[in-house]
Design a protein around this ligand. Sequence first.
Ligand SMILES: Cc1cc2nc3c(=O)[nH]c(=O)nc-3n(C[C@H](O)[C@H](O)[C@H](O)COP(=O)(O)OP(=O)(O)OC[C@H]3O[C@@H](n4cnc5c(N)ncnc54)[C@H](O)[C@@H]3O)c2cc1C
Length: 512
Amino acid sequence: MKYDCVVIGSGVSGLTAGLILSRFGRRVAVVEQKPHSAPLIRRFRRGGVWCDSGFHYCGGLRPNEGFTPLLRFLGIQDSLGLTAMNPDAYDVLVTPGGGGQLRFPIGLERVRDTLSGAFPDSRKAVDAYVDRVDAIHRQMPFSASGAAPDEIFLHENSIRTIGSFLREVGAQEEMLRSLDGYGTVLHGTNIDETSPYVHAMVVGSYYYAAHTFKKGGDSLVDAFERRLKEAEVDVLCGRRAVAIRADDQRRVVGVEIEDTDDGGRDFIACDLCVSTIHPKILVEILPRESVSPRFFKWVERMEETFPPFVVHLDLDPIPEVLRNANMALLHEEERGEDDPFLAILGTSLPGEDSERKSLCLLRKAPRYRPTDPCLGRAMARDFGAGADPCRDWRRSASYAEFKEAMTQSMLDDFEGVFPETRGKYKVLAACSPCTFDRRAGAWRGSIYGVKHLAGQRNLGPVGPLRGLFLAGQNTSVASGVMGAITSSFLAAAQILGWETVWSEVRACRDTE
Ligand SMILES: Cc1cc2nc3c(=O)[nH]c(=O)nc-3n(C[C@H](O)[C@H](O)[C@H](O)COP(=O)(O)OP(=O)(O)OC[C@H]3O[C@@H](n4cnc5c(N)ncnc54)[C@H](O)[C@@H]3O)c2cc1C
């Protein structure tokens, strides 16, 4: 088998990379270890109700701006069934101790007014914050200014955190705490870990626009699959990349893949490889002798965002405030690092279209320890039973108890805010970090992959071998579906030339 390029991983970033490269005439194969492409963002169905997994909503889809031209270039924009979130309160943040509700509206100036009203003592800080978000969005890659991407993230990341920026401009405690909680939910890191850039790219993108898709993540999967088929990109599922091969010039020559059913191995020759997998998996399949030890050390130091525990509920009707909107209940600090919030994701509209969709509760899973070398072993230690705890823990009574207790505490918090729902919903599914790890290929179940830490050199599009490029949520752009898509455009721009890709994307702006 010979291709121009092998893309490893078929998440949204891998599918994007495959589509862009084929559009520029490259013969591409995308290899995916799981039986289906994009396992993280696919929905699943329980009792006739659809449950969203790794996609609920996204920001930044402004007419002709933000991420819209990228989706248009991919040819998927019109088939997503774009549904705007509640324009007056797409996200509602409930601060602890009766501190009130912060209802985020769509529109940067409306967000400015909302924050100024909520934090009158921090007015100047609110102005500085909103202006900073806007300035960053103007510089974002593939934005109107067309700034070349390379230096933006690395430079900004090395300067300071969004927390230190907010303190410098005079933000008071309440504003800091609210944005800290909001950021933790949306980018998986707190304000003292995150650069202004990553915060603006993720949290800030929702200030301009917030959308969901008619069939959630399935809308994306369907649109990608259709376009990839038309472009004759081979998506090889049930195939795990087990080794990237290089010649003595440290140039990629191919990828060895394993059939996950029968263990049979094949070699795919290629000149280019785009890896979208977690860097801690990538280091396992790189030819060690061809890669600088510094790369391995660098990856070893990377920390993970938290793994979530998710409970899906069948509830109809859902409370009005959750109609096409989400809520995050921030907890008192005393409840501890492991338990900072409960997110209630209502990005569905039960009863308003033909499909029934679940209401989703999401919280950081408490048992996880960042130092655990292996999620399975950590779970086995906590829940192991029988002669082979690594194999048996999922059937152990203590794991069942853990899931039960976790589910109950989330339901208690939910009912605390919505007492009228008591006895009126059904629990459809409870997903632990292992569910995300094993079913969806999310390494150790972490919600957004590696933390994008301020001051840390994040992974860029250039890999540690010639002909190897990196993309996906673990690279420097930002987490989330739109961050992952953008990262693949950056990798493609690195391969094909910035102007080549940018001129095509530019042609997809101003087409309405
Ligand atoms: C519960 C949850 C809710 C979320 N909600 C949202 C949301 O509302 N909005 C949003 O924007 N983002 C959300 N996210 C984050 C979003 O899902 C991710 O940022 C995004 O899907 C990452 O895409 P990716 O392509 O970078 O990575 P992935 O989707 O993880 O793709 C990597 C792929 O590589 C495969 N793989 C790994 N190793 C190998 C190998 N050796 N060989 C072959 N294949 C391999 C994996 O199976 C996987 O499919 C959520 C995440 C979670 C967990």
